[in-house]
Design a protein around this ligand. Structure first.
Ligand SMILES: NC(=O)c1ccc[n+]([C@@H]2O[C@H](COP(=O)([O-])OP(=O)(O)OC[C@H]3O[C@@H](n4cnc5c(N)ncnc54)[C@H](O)[C@@H]3O)[C@@H](O)[C@H]2O)c1
Ligand SMILES: [Zn+2]
Length: 401
């Protein structure tokens, strides 16, 4: 999508303001196709159990949008909720990496959160960052104690029930952040949310001034996050990338997504040997910059050994508390003058950049869509979660029939 970075802030403000101020009426624009009276949802009714339930599709408010869901990825957060309900949401309809087609909308709905027009038949995604400042981060939202208030798929159940993307239909309430992404294919649309995490991480990395076109970059961890990191770097023109992981299949895929070389830590005995392995992969140099994409404290401690004096590090592997890491502040940071940045979730502006990334990745032939290794229909959502928890694939998606 062509978002002018200078005026997006103004556009987002105007659109959200316009949505708030519009007069009330009961009229709605509807698709030519028939909309059923009820919608199925996959309701997590107890730990590790989704039940398919059917609820009436409600009357839409003038600012609301009814979307027929096409698909939704399973996120690590969903898996935590499924196993332990840490947010105390049960019963809940999960799914926040979803996308679908607008089939009906309130008469006030005209534009998406970037100012692009919205019409019946358009494909859309929601975004959890909903404030009218495109640069606001999840950290800022938490400070204001409003974090998560707009996260479809992590909303408490209410009398509408159509609150998450693991469903046939979802009701997007007026004022929510919504983007028209009709120019992306279904798989790319499902990958928007996790990809935005990497757009943000690379933007954070760029603030160090160390990441450049000809940088040697190490990416540690080749799950969906590390693999998308490699793809984002590659679409930016960075070509000297070494991937580090212990799973050979993931390392092989890292090369398909743009890594030049890979290093399997299981082939190296101890951190000195592993660091030598990384150095050899760069032809006798340590990395200028490193992205830490595992949730392992040991991996955090290791990564400093891969970075040259004066290099940089972006740590993004700890979405939640994964415990403490032991490093030597003198040898690992001070004496080497390492510049580190942390990265958590994304901003609204990163979300818009992500649409362009996905188009560019496809344009240069990166097989991004192969990240979705398993697809299940809504009726087999429990099987999808079991596959996710067994860590058999990369991204598992529910695709509606
Ligand atoms: N910063 C954010 O906003 C954000 C957002 C989403 C996810 N995350 C975090 O990013 C991390 C990666 O996510 P994912 O979905 O790719 O997870 P994943 O578990 O699929 O992948 C992690 C990879 O790291 C590898 N690994 C583990 N220990 C290692 C070590 N010592 N050295 C090298 N590789 C090692 C594993 O083999 C695996 O392939 C997770 O911890 C997740 O919580 C952060
Ligand atoms: Zn997610």
């Amino acid at each position: 999508m062509d978002v002018n970075s200078v005026n997006i802030e103004e556009i987002v403000k105007q659109v959200l303001q316009g949505m708030k101020e519009a007069p009330k009426s009961t009229a709605a624009n509807t698709s030519a196709g028939t909309i059923p009276k009820t919608s199925k949802v996959a309701m997590l009714t107890k730990l590790e159990t989704f039940e398919l339930k059917e609820y009436p599709i409600p009357e839409l408010g003038d600012d609301d949008i009814l979307v027929k869901v096409e698909g939704c990825g399973i996120c690590g957060t969903d898996a935590h909720e499924y196993k332990r309900d840490p947010f105390g949401l049960i019963p809940v309809v999960l799914g926040h990496e979803g996308t679908g087609e607008i089939v009906k909308m309130g008469k006030n709905v005209k534009k998406d959160s970037a100012g692009k027009s919205l019409n019946i038949g358009d494909k859309v995604v929601t975004c959890m960052i909903f404030k009218d400042n495109p640069d606001i981060t999840m950290f800022d939202l938490n400070k204001q104690n409003v974090g998560g208030a707009d996260v479809y798929g992590l909303l408490p159940d209410d009398d509408v029930h159509l609150n998450g993307w693991f469903a046939d239909y979802i009701v997007i309430r007026g004022g929510s952040t919504v983007f028209n992404v009709s120019d992306l294919d279904l798989d790319s649309r499902i990958l928007i949310e996790p990809s935005a995490v990497l757009i943000h991480a690379v933007e954070r990395a760029k603030t160090t001034g160390i990441l450049r076109f000809n940088s040697r970059v190490v990416v540690q961890g080749c799950g969906p996050i590390g693999l998308l990191c490699i793809a984002v770097l590659r679409t930016m023109g960075i070509e000297n990338i070494v991937a580090v992981d212990g799973e050979q299949k993931r390392l092989d895929f890292a090369k398909e997504l743009g890594a030049t070389k890979s290093v399997n830590f299981k082939d190296h005995n101890g951190i000195e040997a592993l660091a030598k392995g990384v150095e050899d992969a760069f032809g006798g140099y340590l990395a200028d910059f490193a992205f830490q994409c595992t949730g392992s404290p040991v991996a955090h401690a290791n990564i400093y050994k891969f970075i040259r004096n004066g290099g940089g590090l972006c740590e993004l592997g700890f979405f939640i508390n994964g415990g403490d890491a032991t490093i030597n502040p003198h040898f690992d940071i001070c004496a080497k003058e390492i510049t580190t940045v942390g990265s958590w979730v994304y901003t609204l502006r990163d979300y818009a950049t992500t649409f362009d990334f996905l188009k560019r990745a496809k344009g240069i032939g990166l097989p991004i869509n192969k990240l979705i290794t398993h697809k299940y229909p809504l009726s087999q959502i429990n099987e999808g979660y079991v596959t996710n928890l067994k860590m058999e694939g990369l991204k598992i998606a529910i695709i509606n029939e």
